[in-house]
Design a protein around this ligand. Structure first.
Ligand SMILES: Cc1ncc(COP(=O)(O)O)c(C=O)c1O
Length: 426
C-alpha cells in the first residue's frame, strides 16, 4: 500500500494585490543616524548636488530620507508584478535531511526574470532615471546577476544599458553576457585598461562611474551597498512577514542571507529589525571576509577612489578577492547600514569557505530540487549550522533565509565541484 501524501502546506503565496505598496525605510529605526558619506576630494559630507551627476534626484532623496515609508510608484509596481510577490517556502525536505528540530523557511527570489533579487532595485532605479530624461545607464556587475537585472529593467523603460563585468566572472559565466544582450544591454570585461587583471567589483565600479560622469545623457546605477538599494529590496522582508503569519508563525528567531554589498540581506532582514527578539545574520565568503575581518572605517566604494568615502567594514579599496564563483560576494566593502548593525552588535556575521558552500548547495539541490547560486549557498551553509545548533539544543527555532538566486548559469562551478577540482581559495 502506498503511503498517504503529507498534506502540510510548504508553499505560502500571496495574491498580486498583496504586493507591498511602500518600501520600509530603516533609517528612523537605527540607534543613531548613519555617518554621512564624505566627498573624495574635500572629505566634507556630500550633499545632493555632489551626487547629481551620477544619480536621479528621487534616488538621492531616498538615500538621505528619514521618512519611515516611501511609496512605490505605480509604474514600478506594474513591472514588479511580473514576478512578485515571490513564494515563501518551508524547506521540509531539508529539515528532514538534517533531522532538525528547527523550522526552515526561504523566500524564493530566484523566480524573478533575472533569476535573483536584483531586479527589485534595478526596476525603480531605471524608472526614476527614465522619468528624469536620462537615456543611458552604466553599471558594474560581479557574477552578472545585477547587470542582467539592470539590462532587463532598462528595457522596460527604453534605456540603453552599459555593463562593466568583472573579468574573472565574464570568463566563468559566458551566458550571462548573452542574457544581458538579449535584453539590449552591452557588456565589456573590467578593468577595461588591463586585460590580464581578474578584476573586482571595486574596479568595475570605477569603470562604470568614469563612463557616466563623462556624458550628460548617462547616469550610473549601483546594485548594492547604498541605502536606497537596500530600501528597494525591503519588499522581500515585507512579503515574508505576511507569509510567515499565513504559515502560523509569529516571527522568525533568526533571519539569514548572504552578504556581498548587503542588498538582499538588508531586503529580507531590515523589516524585522524593530523586533529585538529576531536575530539577524550575514553570511559571507571566508576569502573576502569584509564583516568578519575587515576594519570599520571610512573607505572608497571603488578601487580608483572616484566614489564618496563611506563608513563601513572594508578590506581596503585595493583588495583583490580570490576568484571564487560567488562573484557577487567579491566586494571589499559593505553597506553602511549593514556595517553599522554589525558594529553595534545588532547583526551577526559568519564566513564560509567555498567547498563548504558547494556542499550545502548540492544538499539543497538534492532535497529541495532548486540549484542555488554560489552566493545563495553562503546563506544555506549558515542555515544548516543554525538548524544543527537548534537540534543540539532541542529548540524549535524558526529560521528564515533569503534564497537570493538560482545557479543555472553557474554550472561550470558545479562541474568543478562535482569533479573534485573546486578549491577554497582559487
Ligand atoms: C544571487 C546573488 N546573491 C547575492 C549577491 C550579493 O549582493 P548583495 O549583498 O547586494 O545582495 C549577489 C550579487 O551580485 C547575487 O548575484
Amino acid at each position: 500500500m502506498a503511503a498517504p501524501a503529507d498534506t502540510t502546506d510548504t508553499r505560502f503565496s500571496l495574491p498580486q494585490s498583496a504586493l507591498p505598496t511602500a518600501w520600509f525605510n530603516v533609517a528612523p529605526h537605527l540607534a543613531s543616524p548613519l555617518d554621512p558619506p564624505l566627498h573624495p576630494a574635500t572629505r566634507e559630507p556630500v550633499g545632493p548636488d555632489d551626487l547629481a551627476p551620477l544619480f536621479a534626484s528621487e534616488l538621492i532623496g531616498q538615500e538621505m530620507s528619514a521618512d519611515p515609508w516611501i511609496d512605490i510608484p505605480g509604474e514600478v509596481l506594474d513591472v514588479l508584478r511580473l514576478w512578485r510577490p515571490t513564494p515563501l517556502v518551508r524547506a521540509r525536505r531539508l529539515e528532514a535531511a538534517l533531522g532538525t528540530t528547527a523550522r526552515i523557511y526561504f523566500k524564493d527570489e530566484s523566480v524573478s526574470p533575472a533569476g535573483s533579487h536584483k531586479p527589485n532595485s534595478a526596476v525603480p532605479q531605471a524608472f526614476y532615471n527614465a522619468k528624469e530624461g536620462i537615456t543611458r545607464l552604466t553599471t558594474e556587475t560581479g557574477a552578472g546577476q545585477w547587470g542582467t537585472a539592470l539590462s532587463f529593467a532598462a528595457a522596460q523603460y527604453d534605456l540603453e544599458c552599459a555593463v562593466y563585468m568583472v573579468r574573472k566572472s565574464f570568463e566563468q559565466k559566458p551566458y550571462r553576457k548573452v542574457i544581458m544582450e538579449t535584453w539590449g544591454g552591452t557588456v565589456v570585461p573590467s578593468p577595461i585598461d588591463d586585460p590580464s587583471h581578474p578584476g573586482s567589483l571595486g574596479a568595475a565600479i570605477s569603470d562604470a562611474v568614469r563612463d557616466a560622469v563623462g556624458r550628460d545623457d548617462t547616469h550610473y546605477a549601483l546594485g548594492s551597498v547604498l541605502n536606497h538599494v537596500l530600501l528597494h529590496q525591503t519588499v522581500i522582508g515585507l512579503e515574508a512577514q505576511q507569509q510567515l503569519a499565513q504559515a502560523g508563525e509569529t516571527r522568525p528567531d533568526v533571519v539569514i542571507a548572504p552578504c556581498g554589498g548587503g542588498s538582499n540581506l538588508g531586503g529580507v532582514a531590515l523589516p524585522f529589525l524593530p523586533d529585538p527578539s529576531v536575530r539577524l545574520l550575514a553570511a559571507e565568503p571566508a576569502s573576502c571576509p569584509t564583516l568578519t575581518q575587515g576594519r570599520y572605517e571610512y573607505d572608497f566604494g571603488d578601487t580608483a577612489g572616484f566614489t564618496p568615502l563611506m563608513n563601513m567594514y572594508t578590506l581596503g579599496h585595493d583588495f583583490v578577492p580570490p576568484g571564487i564563483h560567488a562573484g557577487g560576494l567579491r566586494y571589499h566593502g559593505d553597506s553602511p547600514i549593514i556595517s553599522k548593525l554589525v558594529h553595534e552588535g545588532r547583526m551577526e556575521a559568519v564566513a564560509h569557505r567555498q567547498r563548504a558552500v558547494f556542499e550545502a548547495n548540492v544538499l539543497f539541490a538534492r532535497v529541495e530540487g532548486k540549484l542555488p547560486a554560489p552566493e545563495a549557498g553562503h546563506g544555506i551553509a549558515s542555515v544548516i549550522q543554525e538548524a544543527n545548533d537548534a537540534t543540539a539544543k532541542n529548540e524549535d527555532r524558526v529560521i528564515l533565509f533569503n534564497y537570493c538566486g538560482h545557479g543555472l548559469l553557474d554550472l561550470a562551478a558545479y562541474e568543478e565541484y562535482l569533479a573534485g577540482d573546486l578549491v577554497d581559495e582559487p
